[in-house]
Design a binder for this molecule. Structure first.
Ligand SMILES: NC(=O)c1ccc[n+]([C@@H]2O[C@H](COP(=O)([O-])OP(=O)(O)OC[C@H]3O[C@@H](n4cnc5c(N)ncnc54)[C@H](O)[C@@H]3O)[C@@H](O)[C@H]2O)c1
Length: 418
């Protein structure tokens, strides 16, 4: 019997159906799973994972079980666990510690339960597992061969650890693979953020002024999709190159201070802190909606909103109304946590197929390679290209191969204007 703690083990049947549905849309991971089933590359290894417990994560965990690993899993956000998936995974033999709606204390209790399983390889989304290990359980890092990191914010934290000499074992930055961020962050976050806002509010986007804070990979995806639904999109940025790109993509670009006056919906996706603060909230239109899709719930300064409000009530799930001293109302979605996971189901399976194929192959890479140093590594190019080729094949797209002549031409320098 595996050790686990989930909300309701009776939800397992429902969870299995969800995982089955995701499985159907994850052909690349399925092919990897079939190979893992035969080769058992993770035999006798314990994996400790801190990931959003969604149906797609369910498929990834099944892939690791097929590879012969023992798996312990906790959620990587207090509001993102799909309870039926957690129940199904517990039923399949995963040591899962996750439920939706955790306190901070419960969240870290679960992270520590995963560490207690003495993992040989860690998988993180936001680096909370790695930081807990490095700050509170440093001895446990001695047994760890390596780890992977799923998201931009986690990679940023890990690169800082490497720079300061604090990192004790190698990490593969899965987020930075082309077949991850170009698709997952852009199309996945773009679509699922809108999905989360719609499920919380059911508002019409057409004609609304929609403010996207941060024009990174996630922000680009969201801005384009919001425009596609008829919103008038404003972008705020601090990076001059990205701001210019947004302007030339046809978005209006301005500081948050000005955008605060005109926006109907605000979404932060910067990986930074305190993007929307008191001075902005005070200027906003009555009825403005605030949501975050960046990793942590620090992008909208919620303590400022609490301080400005005279009252607060829950209108419907994931929709909190704050009445300000001036009588105006602001609406906060999903407690300022990643709205696509708090209020919807996270990214669609088709993009998680590629992100998690990178995870599976990177874990295999760590298991096979003993000589990696405690640094942050890119996903090997061969893995990235394998994932792209498998995905193309799965969606029935053929591409050209370089001819001999083209290979020679591209690797020479003598031939110029003729
Ligand atoms: N919701 C999800 O499912 C999901 C998925 C992937 C990534 N993420 C998270 O979303 C965040 C963004 O990820 P990304 O890959 O787009 O990162 P990115 O680094 O590509 O983009 C972030 C952008 O925000 C800008 N920025 C930083 N501070 C700002 C400020 N004060 N005002 C305006 N813009 C500012 C940066 O200049 C940059 O262009 C991260 O926290 C990441 O972990 C969430």
């Amino acid at each position: 019997m595996p050790d686990y703690k989930v909300k309701n083990p009776k939800l397992a049947t429902q969870g299995k159906l969800q995982i089955e549905w995701a499985h159907m849309h994850m052909p690349v991971l399925n092919q990897i799973k079939q190979r893992f089933e035969k080769e058992k590359p993770l035999k006798n290894l314990t994996l400790g994972a801190c990931l959003h417990v969604t149906k797609e994560t369910g498929v990834l965990m099944g892939t690791f079980l097929a590879a012969g690993a023992h798996v312990a899993l906790c959620g990587s956000n207090p509001l993102s666990t799909q309870d039926e998936v957690a129940a199904a995974l517990a039923d399949r033999g995963v040591n899962v510690y996750a439920w939706r709606g955790q306190t901070n204390e419960e969240y870290y209790w679960c992270v520590n339960k995963v560490i207690d399983q003495k993992p040989n390889i860690t998988l993180d989304d936001g680096a909370d597992l790695v930081t807990t290990l490095h700050t509170k359980k440093i001895k446990a890092t001695a047994k760890i061969k390596g780890g992977t990191e799923e998201t931009t914010t986690g990679v940023l934290r890990l690169r800082q650890m490497e720079k300061k000499g604090a990192l004790k074992y190698p990490i593969v930055a899965v987020n930075d693979a082309y077949t991850k961020y170009l698709f997952d962050n852009r199309y996945g976050t773009g679509q699922s953020t809108l999905d989360g806002i719609l499920r919380a509010t059911n508002i019409l986007f057409a004609g609304k002024t929609f403010v996207v804070c941060g024009f990174g990979w996630c922000g680009r995806g969201l801005a384009n999709r919001a425009r596609g639904m008829g919103a008038h999109v404003i972008v705020t940025e601090v990076n001059p190159i990205r701001a210019l790109e947004a302007a030339m993509d046809g978005f209006q670009v301005m500081p948050i201070e000005r955008a605060a006056l005109v926006g109907d919906v605000f979404v932060t996706l910067t990986g930074d802190t305190s993007i929307i603060r008191k001075e902005h909230m005070q200027k906003m239109k009555d009825g403005a909606i605030l949501a975050n899709s960046g990793h942590f719930n620090v992008e909208i300064k919620i303590p400022d909103l609490e301080a400005l409000a005279v009252s607060k009530r829950t209108i419907r799930p994931n929709l909190e109304e704050y009445t300000l001293k001036n009588g105006g109302k602001l609406y906060l979605l999903g407690e300022g946590r990643l709205i696509n996971l708090a209020s919807a189901e996270g990214h669609p399976s088709e993009v998680m197929d590629m992100s998690f194929a990178n995870q599976a192959l990177s874990v295999e890479h760590l298991a096979k390679n003993q000589k990696l140093k405690p640094k942050v590594y890119d996903v090997p190019k061969e893995i990235d290209e394998t994932v792209a080729r498998l995905k193309l094949r799965a969606i029935d797209i053929e591409i050209d191969d370089l001819t001999k002549e083209q290979k020679k031409y591209l690797s020479s320098w003598e031939e110029g204007t003729i």
